[in-house]
Structures are given as C-alpha cells and as structure tokens.
Design a binder for this molecule. Sequence first.
Ligand code: KIV
Ligand code: NA
Length: 265
Amino acid sequence: VKRITTHILQAMKQNGEKIAMLTAYDYSMATILDDAGLDVLLVGDSASNVMAGHETTLPITLDQMIYHAQSVVRGASRALVVVDLPFGSYQGNSKEALISAIRIMKESGAHAVKLEGGTEIVESVQRIITAGIPVMGHLGLTPQSIYKFGTYTVRAKDEAEALKLKTDALALQEAGCFAVVLEKIPAKLGKEVSESLIIPTIGIGAGPDCDGQVLVVNDMIGLTKGFKPRFLRQYVNLYDGILNAAQSYIKDVKSSDFPNEKEQY
Ligand code: KIV
Ligand code: NA
C-alpha cells in the first residue's frame, strides 16, 4: 500500500476530499485504524489523559511520547503518523524544539510532528522544517496552555482572539506547516480560516467546513466514561462492551465454566 504523504493531504484539500484523522497510542489500535483507512494517525499528547490517567496533557514526557509513537508506527502501513511534541520539549527555544523533533523522527520512525501555538513558535517551526521534518500546527484550544486559559471552553469567541488566531494560522502556513489543527472554535471562524489557507485545516469542535476532522479515538469509541462534549460523535460504546465481557469472564471463571473441554490441552 502507498503511504499517505503531506503532499497527498494538500492535494486532498485542493480536490475537496475530506481528511480523516484519529489519535492512536498503541500497536493494536493503530493496526485497526490503519486497516480501516484513516488518512492520518495522531500520536497525541492526549495519551497523558487517556493512557496514563493524568488530568492534563502537561505531565507526559518526550520519552513516553516516543514509546507510544514507536508502537503506532509499527501498526501503520498506510496512514501518515504525526506525533505531538509534549509540553516542555519545545517551548524553551528553537534549538530545543529541533532536538526534540529530531529525537521523535529518529527513534520512532514517525513522519511528522505537531506543535501547539502561533507566531510565538514560528522560529521553532521554521528550524524543524529546515531539518526536513514536516510540521503540523495546532491553534484554538491548545491544551498545553490550559492553566493560562483556566477552562476547556470554546476559544476565539471574541473579535480580538479570533483575529489573533487568523494571524497565527497565516504565520504557520507562511512558516511552512503542511496542515493545522483547529480545536474548539466557532464554526464560522473554522470556515473563515479554512478558506483563507491553502494548507488543510483539521478540526476538532471547529465546525463542518474544516478540510478534515480529528477525534481522540478513546472518546470516539466510547472508552472514556462520562465524557461527551458537544463536538464528540460516539460511534460505539466499548466501555459497556468491555465491562460486559469482563463480567461474563468473571462469572465463567467463578462457576468453573471456563475453561471447558475444548479450551485445554
Ligand atoms: O493530543 C491530541 O489528541 C490532539 C488532538 C485532539 C488534536 O492534539
Ligand atoms: Na495534543
């Protein structure tokens, strides 16, 4: 199978073909999602929440992100694999950003990296791209800045923040980003930004006019109990599915129903 490239994603935008992206953190899930035909698998720092159980994305380390990325790369034969640079691995300066990006590419075999932020990270973005590493941007609700925002609510509802986001999006495109994630912003702004850029926008809670969509896979398959923001469409309830399976297993073990004659040597 032919690998999806950043150039194919840009051609998809030109042809009006939507880009389907989900997160993945491990080999088994990556295998299924790649088989299903996802265009992009994002090794998101949301692993900090859904894999490690942290309240925010801040604690996950570069080493931990590389471990997740290695696992996903082994399971993905067609999808483009993009990896988040975690909090603290790039904000210091552009050299630190470059070193972190190089570690991800070299040690995991992933195809691109993603950084949160606008004009303030442009120097880092340029330096990483100069080294030959494709960069995806991320604007709007950027969870690594949650303590600055103080809330996970919709961003850029006021004129000033909307204007800053539009400026940031153009700056990221100018710096050479191949795509940009727009998280939790009004649909109208998602449309405006998508129309003003030649690079694809990938939305999460950013309306129907983005050039692609992304969700956290654990949310989309119903593994994260009680998490149902408005932007989320849950396609299956695996929490209940796995709970029921585990309870059936317990019952079968306790009653000595498992293993039966065929399930032994
Ligand atoms: O870490 C993540 O899952 C993300 C997506 C929500 C875009 O950055
Ligand atoms: Na992320």
